[in-house]
Design a protein around this ligand. Structure first.
Ligand code: KG4
Ligand code: ZN
Length: 357
């Protein structure tokens, strides 16, 4: 089964062709980073216009690279949310029009579920129950996944997402956007134990994450140390590298400690770590030590599939298309689409994925 995936929820226009849900035939990503960099973040209006300008050529290229014709396709999967409304609508409208014109079935996919399916390509099939840590610029959630397509949020961020914290601290340090990879590069030559930032604990005892206090702690530290944002071509000092390394280590400690506690509680048979922040080598190492210490296999996406892409959307959509699920022309974008359909009281719940707002 050949499925075309389309992703346009934020600032990447992406299309991919995936065979039988696990074989990557092509994955094209047109990143708008260069356009948004000068604004220090994604400008929604510009993002949606750019999606509109690019989507046809990105899809064309996905067909060319996969070496298939449009007629070879069996279905289409498209991100319907969460994301930026104007951006999402470009992908959703395109997928519906394309599906209608070719007489092909199409399904909407939750972007976060897509990130979970990004591990479908470079790993053996997922063994359930699984625990999935999704860490990106917009989301930081830990899901308990008892069976395919069933999700229970066990931990969520109370404020900033982990990637967002990387982006904001990078901005404070004058590193540019997006900040994750820039902080990681600096952190490599910094001392992670130089500054001891504390990991936020929830007063109600819930296993949730919080990163906005850490961001404030970094700002306070910078003020106290008389540290300012770097100028464009300024060489970072050792103190800046130490700060980047200490910040990064604190984010990772928070993610890993909670994931460890939840793994002990839920006893998963697979640990999944995905999303843009999963590009981070230190996080990958820490997750791999955690998984080894609990004797659980760790599934990570390749770096290419950690950040936003359409292959993961095609993989998630393939599962639904294969069992005959279809969406209609009333399919719409949903900015706040959540992924949580598992009722603890209802262990036997089966069947179609229901997204609850
Ligand atoms: O999944 P993604 O491409 O988009 C969202 O769905 O949000 O994630 C982008 C996020 C950005 O916040 C970026 O700073 C972060 O992933 N990121 C990283 C690294 N590479 C990307 N964070 C930490 N270390 C990295 N190497
Ligand atoms: Zn994402």
């Amino acid at each position: 089964m050949l499925v075309l995936g389309i992703e346009s929820s934020c600032d990447e226009t992406a299309a991919a062709v995936v065979e039988d849900g696990t074989r990557l035939r092509s994955s094209i990503i047109n990143s708008q980073t260069a356009i948004h960099t000068s604004f220090g973040g994604v400008v929604p209006e510009i993002a949606s216009r750019e999606h509109l300008n690019r989507i046809v050529e990105v899809v064309d290229l996905a067909f060319t690279k996969a070496n298939i014709e449009q007629e070879d396709l069996d279905g289409i999967a498209v991100t319907t949310g969460p994301g930026l409304i104007g951006s999402l609508l470009v992908g959703v409208s395109f997928a519906k029009a394309f599906g209608y014109a070719l007489g092909l079935p199409f399904v909407g996919v939750n972007h976060i579920e897509g990130h979970i399916y990004s591990v479908a390509f470079d790993n053996p099939p997922v063994e359930y129950p699984a625990l999935a840590l999704i860490v990106s610029g917009g989301h930081t959630n830990l899901f308990y996944v008892p069976a395919p397509g069933r999700y229970k949020v066990v931990s969520r961020t109370r404020d900033d997402a982990a990637g967002e914290a990387f982006d904001k601290v990078a901005k404070m340090l004058g590193l540019g956007y997006p900040g994750g990879s820039l902080i990681e590069r600096l952190a490599r030559s910094g001392d992670a134990s130089a500054i001891r930032f504390s990991v936020a604990q929830m007063s109600d005892g819930r296993p949730d994450f919080s990163f906005s206090g850490l961001k404030t702690a970094v700002a306070k530290y910078m003020r106290a140390a008389d540290m300012r944002a770097l100028e464009p071509d300024e060489e970072p000092s050792q103190a800046v590298k130490d700060l980047a390394a200490s910040f990064q280590a604190t984010v990772i400690r928070s993610l890993i400690e909670t994931t460890g506690r939840m793994a002990d509680m839920h006893q998963p048979r697979t640990l999944i770590v995905a999303g843009g922040v999963a590009c981070n080598e230190s996080l990958r190492d820490a997750a791999s030590s955690l998984a080894a210490s609990r004797g659980i296999p760790l599934y990570l996406p390749s770096r290419h599939l950690s950040t936003d892409n359409a292959a993961m959307i095609a993989a998630a959509g393939s599962v639904r298309l294969a069992v005959g699920e279809r969406d209609g022309l009333d399919l719409n974008a949903d900015v706040t689409l959540r992924l949580q359909n598992y009722d603890v009281e209802d262990e036997n719940l089966r069947g179609r994925v229901h997204y609850r707002l």
